[in-house]
Design a protein around this ligand. Sequence first.
Ligand code: FAD
Ligand code: MLT
Ligand code: ZN
Length: 468
Amino acid sequence: MTPLDELARRLPELVLRTSASDLEHYGRDWTRRWTPSPLAIALPSSSQEVQGIVRWANEHRVALVPSGGRTGLSGGAVAANGELVVSLEKMNRALGFDPVDRILTVQAGMALEAVHAAAQAQGLIYPVDFAARGSCSIGGNIATNAGGIRVVRYGNTREWIAGLTVVTGTGEVLELNRGLVKNSSGYDLRQLLIGAEGTLGIVVEAQLRLTDPPPASQVMLLALPSFEALMQVFAQLRARLTLSAFEFFTDRALHHVIAHGAQRPFGEEYPYYVVTEFDGDSPEAALAAFEALVEAGLAVDGAIAQSQAQAAALWRLREGITESLARHLPYKNDVSVRIGTMPAFLAEIQALLGQEYPHFEVVWFGHIGDGNLHINVLKPEAMENADFVRECGRVTALLAQVLLRHGGSISAEHGIGLVKKPYLSSTRTPAELALMRGVRRVFDPNGILNPHKLFDADGSVSVYGETA
Ligand code: FAD
Ligand code: MLT
Ligand code: ZN
């Protein structure tokens, strides 16, 4: 009997799939850099089934890849090495709402958009939001500590998790924090699991904190004359308005979004743009803030949405960037520095990337109000992907050195996965890495949870699977 037959015998209700199309579909994420090659796909329907899978995996030493919506951008959910993919897709229900604590309990496979709808049905919001909302799962959001477009106002996923139920690498079920507001009883294991990229446990349920909806908001698009103006515009707007988003992109990004079907916002073209949203401020206050920017030479054009449809059209210019670039197989850097450090950091990396990428198209955008920049390098059509990745890796090593000097992070919100593993040491000290390896050993002594992702348990930086 093969180990997989044994799993099917032990958990007769468990859905297992092994067709070539399923292996392909569930074995890759948005990176599309690795050739999918999982052993099989398991689609548990309950925490007990997840626990049974983990126990079986320990006995047979089969690696598991926890899997949500596979919208990840760092290869964390890739299965290219004969692993069993554990997709939480069937565990996608809201389990209950507590109106006193304002806590929504959900299964980990629920899509972010469905979480938004469930919160709205209670007259509240779950404020973490970004363009993959329709297909990413709350479990994946927790495992990556997802950020998105509202961090400037509401913070990252971490801030909204009141409790977690997880199955550890040994098959233990832990109920962490149980929705408590105050809990000074030692290590906060819930927070350790958030951002762990499926290496410490499989999240099966989450208790999400909800909050009041904001007052009526307004969306404004600004055209800026220079990169240098960017952080000054942020500081001025933050001082005058209640910002809930401050998102930046360049003319190259706009070019791709328009080629992908979005409407051109202005008659003229400008080098830099910002989409910003603010809550509860009057139209007069918004206009006055805009006029002050123009007078100071920090903005050269602008538009304030007059309807929901116009607001959506302005947001599409920013939110459509990832999809519009996908066909160019972009190499993605997702870096952060402290907001105050951003002007010096921007100047330095603009010079670096201008020098190192003379022949590649580089598209800049990101959640600049959080100190988070997305730099996407597009693959020239004629170039082999492996050569392209190698060249971008060389430049990323230089970028990592700059980040180290500025105290920044090689991954602001997408996670390390496979893509950024070689550069983790630019963000974490040897002492931190040693502790992280120790923590991983405690949660997963047999190394079955997402091995080779985030970092290698033995301290090496192994090459994983076969690249596509
Ligand atoms: P997956 O890709 O399936 O998995 C991601 C990681 O989480 C993997 O390591 C996986 O093993 C682990 N994992 C998944 N489920 C579980 C679980 N139940 N328990 C334990 N581990 C688990 N990210 C942002 O932060 N901000 C953005 O603004 C943003 N915008 C995006 C826009 C687009 C168009 C796309 C395609 C992606 C975007 N992302 C963004 C990246 C991605 O959507 C997020 O990382 C998201 O949180 C991943 O969720 P997922 O369910 O797709 O996870
Ligand atoms: C975004 O901000 O649009 C996302 O993080 C996705 C990306 O970086 O492509
Ligand atoms: Zn982002």
